[in-house]
Design a protein around this ligand. Structure first.
Ligand code: VGL
Ligand code: ZN
Length: 197
């Protein structure tokens, strides 16, 4: 793994895995993401004292909605309630959690009145955006895994590409709402210049 690479894990949160919006392939995507991380960091003598890899920064995007978010059906939106702040459904899957650190965790969808599928402008506890933190670390190549292909994975990958990053979506490490939608989103991303690996 080159020094200028990072992994962005999008919405690997319980509501998208086995909760109110459980997505297809979610269990496989979690397992495959862990395998990818293990493979890419194998042999790298880069664990800091808290067991975090310094040569492969892993950044997490988290849907993080207020209970009356505009995207929920009760407010006329398309989705059931999901990823409500401070609920289990909004928590990162426990198998991935050891890789998460606060300054690399970015929240989106916090504004009641705003749908936000892209993690690019998600903010961490210090108020920095994902885009800012990647730029500060001189990251040029971003690998993306997570949920859902058609929504947050696609929007995040596209915004990263627009911002000038080389972007690779890990196609075995993503889960989706609908299989056809997943295939269409992959084809569209590929046509736009996002790599699939
Ligand atoms: C997402 C629908 C609603 C996603 C988030 O993570 O793709 N999809 N909120
Ligand atoms: Zn959402």
């Amino acid at each position: 793994m080159k020094k200028d690479s990072a992994l962005v894990v999008v919405d690997m949160l319980y509501d998208f895995i086995d909760g109110s919006m459980a997505c297809l392939n979610a269990d496989n995507a979690v397992a495959a993401s862990l395998q990818w991380i293990d493979r890419e960091t194998a042999g790298a003598a880069d664990l800091d004292e808290s067991g975090i890899h310094s040569t492969l920064p892993i950044l997490f995007v988290c849907d993080h909605h207020p209970a009356d978010h505009c995207s929920f059906a009760a407010q006329g939106g398309p989705w059931p309630p999901h990823c409500v702040q401070d609920t289990h459904g909004g928590a990162i899957h426990e198998a991935l959690l050891p890789h998460a650190r606060e300054e690399f965790t970015f929240y989106k969808g916090e504004n009641q009145a705003l749908e936000q599928y892209s993690g690019f402008e998600g903010v961490n506890a210090a108020g920095q955006t994902l885009g800012e933190v990647l730029a500060l670390m001189d990251i040029r190549t971003v690998y993306v895994c997570g949920i859902a292909t058609e929504y947050c994975v696609r929007n995040t990958a596209e915004d990263l590409l627009k911002a000038g990053f080389r972007v690779t979506v890990l196609k075995d490490c993503i889960a989706y709402v609908d299989r056809n939608g997943h295939e269409e989103a992959l084809a569209a991303m590929k046509a736009e210049g996002i790599r699939l690996a």
